[in-house]
Design a protein around this ligand. Structure first.
Ligand SMILES: Cc1cc2nc3c(=O)[nH]c(=O)nc-3n(C[C@H](O)[C@H](O)[C@H](O)COP(=O)(O)OP(=O)(O)OC[C@H]3O[C@@H](n4cnc5c(N)ncnc54)[C@H](O)[C@@H]3O)c2cc1C
Length: 302
């Protein structure tokens, strides 16, 4: 339905057919399967560094390992940013500090309603010849568990912490429901705890029994900024300040980054944005209760 209308076109198939693509996949309990032949995985590190490299080719200067300590306004307009390597004067600030954004925003009197939340990933060594770097990613929507091969053929997997999807969550559910109210993003680092790793393992083995005994090679935790409606904030605040806050990835905004980049470029170049509806992503929506709702009721799947 909705996917076909935007030209994605997944093929529907009986769950038993999944094993043609993911060898040894067990389908009991599944009603229907959808397969998107042209889907692929983009490596997040390579994608981010490719964006940075292209920006540098176009004249940008990139300062890694440099912390912005404050945004400075003068007469309500951006003057520059303080960093741990000195002051940088600029006409615009694109403030995209993710889960750390509320601190810098508070310094200029802007309240960003985002909270940090974590997502865990586990890597298992499958030791099974049916699983290869060519195996498609699979996701079981019943337990919101996914697995995909990495470049070496390990199983990269994750799962929602809760047992079942909740219809009332609408789009905001699925992988995102583990967003806690913990205010400090720096507490999320290292590896997932044993219970989380065991849950992921159990759910992978449930669908792929050949993974029984697969060794946990490593795991890691990432942090993202969660908004109350699980959609991005794209907002110039204070109004007219030339400080554009772009945060609130809510566990699902890697894939949006090319589109968000287009929108930022247009907004900075022209002061407005036709590329996306800035009202829909405004800060005001949280005060007025007009939260973002997609055109269809569906979970965001990562
Ligand atoms: C395990 C995991 C799996 C995910 N899977 C998917 C997926 O399949 N699909 C999808 O679309 N999304 C996925 N996401 C979500 C996606 O990664 C995020 O939504 C996205 O990265 C948010 O981008 P961002 O630029 O807003 O924030 P971030 O990527 O968090 O970047 C913010 C950056 O700002 C830096 N920073 C913070 N404070 C300062 C400061 N004071 N000075 C300088 N720099 C600062 C931080 O170091 C960080 O590099 C996943 C996330 C995780 C953790």
């Amino acid at each position: 339905g909705p996917q076909r209308r935007i030209g994605v076109g997944p093929e529907l198939m009986a769950p038993e057919e999944i094993s043609r693509y993911v060898p040894g996949f067990r389908a009991p309990g599944l009603a229907l399967a959808a397969f998107e032949r042209q889907a692929a995985v983009a490596d997040p590190h390579r994608t981010a560094t490719a964006f940075a490299a292209r920006a540098q080719e176009l004249g940008a200067r990139v300062y890694t390992g440099t912390a912005v300590t404050a945004i400075r306004l003068r007469d309500g307009r951006v003057e520059g940013v303080e960093t741990d390597r000195g002051f940088v004067r600029c006409e615009w600030v694109i403030h995209a500090a993710g889960a750390w954004a509320p601190r810098l925003a508070a310094g200029i009197g802007v309240d960003l309603p985002v909270k940090p939340g974590s997502l865990s990933v586990c890597a298992f060594d499958p030791r099974y010849e049916g699983w290869s770097t060519e195996t498609p990613t699979w996701m079981d929507l019943d337990t919101v568990t996914y697995a995909r091969p990495d470049a070496r053929g390990l199983i990269i997997a994750g799962s929602d912490h809760d047992q079942k999807g909740d219809e009332d969550d609408g789009e905001a559910g699925a992988l995102n429901r583990s967003a806690p109210a913990e205010p400090d993003p720096d507490v999320y680092h290292g590896a997932p705890d044993d219970l989380t790793a065991a849950l992921v393992y159990e759910r992978i083995v449930d669908r792929c029994p050949w993974a029984e005994g697969a060794r946990l090679v490593r795991g890691w935790i990432g942090v993202d900024a969660y908004t109350p409606d699980y959609h991005l904030i794209f907002a110039e605040a204070p109004a007219g300040s030339r400080c554009l806050h772009v945060t609130g990835g809510s566990g699902n905004s890697f894939k949006l980054s090319p589109a968000v980049g287009e929108a930022v470029a247009e907004y900075v170049a022209s002061g407005s944005c036709t590329y996306l509806d800035t009202q829909a992503f405004s800060l005001e929506r949280f005060a007025t209760g007009r939260l973002f709702r997609g055109a269809y009721r569906m979970h965001i799947l990562g």
